[in-house]
Design a protein around this ligand. Structure first.
Ligand code: ADP
Length: 366
């Protein structure tokens, strides 16, 4: 049962920078948890505190039931995989994999067995006699993973491990790590600034900003019910569209770009269209690109139609879908449309947000 419990964890660096503020969450046994957020939000600091590489200023860290605040890293039974691989350049792949086990004086036969198993699992058996410099970035990353796997730790920690790889290799390794996590059935904590990795790999996500948890939940919870505008804009690619809005009587208008055609009765009671005081309408609407229907203004019945009036600026055909970037008055919005929709730069279009998938936020800067 390698559960990791963080309770009111706080970190102030020497010199006074507060990197992590009163943070609490639990990583369940065998869970793949992703810590995600922009650079500087405190993810690595948090991971390093769990690893024992950084002192915890206050709060409690428990791994497998034991209080670990002051426990030496080697006694925590965790393995960490870094971005820069940290392989020993003068050792072969096999020696790199075996090194930690030799230090711990495991029997030779056991070392050989574990190294063989890990190499098979990661498809690096043909490279066992090579030195790291004779490997590609992806192969080195596999060796770094292998070095963690052979130790059979209670918890794996990953610190932005894929950011050095090219785009194609990153996708491959992402799938590979997810597959490994299913196979190994070990608790994993994975730090990244990449929302796609968070969405695709995590059983659950902790989304952070400025050392504070913004939301903690499954990828789809964060995607469908973002707790605030920061999470709404951070999770999802292309990001959610934000457009200032105002109610004209019962109708939702986009100043300078016309009417959405939606009325207050079109929204469900759970969708908070009003500010906390219950009176003022929230001034910012959010809608994801796939929930913004796009029609050419020249189609249909012309002048009588409502919809947000926009002009197409860029069309990005991606094969399975097309992204259409538009300007609506002083604002910009992107719609994800069917690849067969004939639309080009300079076209006048109408955008229709789907009421059931809209979010409303206070007008704070993102
Ligand atoms: P992230 O991993 O999300 O990019 P970090 O955990 O590296 O963020 O950093 C969080 C904050 O702590 C940043 O403001 C960073 O400048 C600061 N910080 C990180 N390491 C140190 C350090 N050793 N001394 C002082 N401040 C640090």
């Amino acid at each position: 049962m390698a559960e990791v419990i963080l309770k009111n964890i706080h970190k102030v660096y020497e010199g006074g920078v507060t990197a992590v503020k009163d943070l609490s969450f639990t990583v369940r046994d065998k869970e793949f948890l992703v810590l995600v957020g922009p650079s500087g939000c405190g993810k690595s600091t948090l991971l390093r505190m769990i690893a024992g590489l950084e002192e915890i200023s206050s709060g409690e860290l428990r791994i497998d039931g034991r209080l670990c605040n002051d426990m030496a890293p080697k006694d925590r039974d965790i393995a960490m995989v870094f971005q820069n691989y940290a392989l020993y350049p003068h050792m072969t792949v096999e020696e790199n994999l075996a090194f930690g086990l030799k230090l711990r004086k495991l029997p030779k036969e056991e070392i050989r067995r574990r190294v063989g198993e890990a190499a098979e699992m990661l498809a690096i058996t043909p490279y066992l006699s090579r030195k790291p410099k004779a490997l590609s970035g992806g192969q080195r990353q596999r060796v770094a993973l292998g070095r963690a796997i052979v130790r059979k730790p209670k918890v794996f920690l990953f610190d932005v491990p894929l950011s050095n790889l090219d785009a194609k290799m990153r996708v491959q390794m992402r799938v590979e790590i997810s597959r490994l996590s299913g196979q190994l059935q070990t608790t994993m904590i994975y730090v990244t600034h990449d929302q796609t990795e968070a969405m695709t790999m995590g059983h659950r996500i902790v989304c952070m900003k400025d050392g504070v948890i913004q939301q903690y939940g499954t990828p789809m919870e964060l995607y469908k019910r973002p707790a605030n505008r920061f999470v709404a804009g951070f999770i999802g690619m292309p990001p959610m569209n934000f457009l200032p809005c105002e109610w004209l009587g019962e109708t939702l208008m986009i100043p300078g770009a016309g009417s959405t055609g939606l009325r207050s009765g079109d929204f469900q009671s759970g969708q908070k269209t009003l500010a906390d005081d219950g009176k003022a309408p929230k001034p910012m609407m959010g809608v994801r690109p796939e929930h913004l229907r796009l029609e050419r203004a020249s189609d249909g019945t012309g002048g009588t139609r409502t919809g947000i009036a926009a002009e197409v600026e860029v069309v990005e055909p991606l094969g399975a879908e097309t992204l259409v970037y538009c300007r609506a008055g002083a604002h910009r919005a992107v719609a994800r449309v069917h690849p067969d929709l004939a639309v080009g730069r300079g076209d006048q279009v109408l955008l229709y947000p789907e009421a059931a998938h809209m979010h409303f936020f206070e007008g704070e800067p993102s």
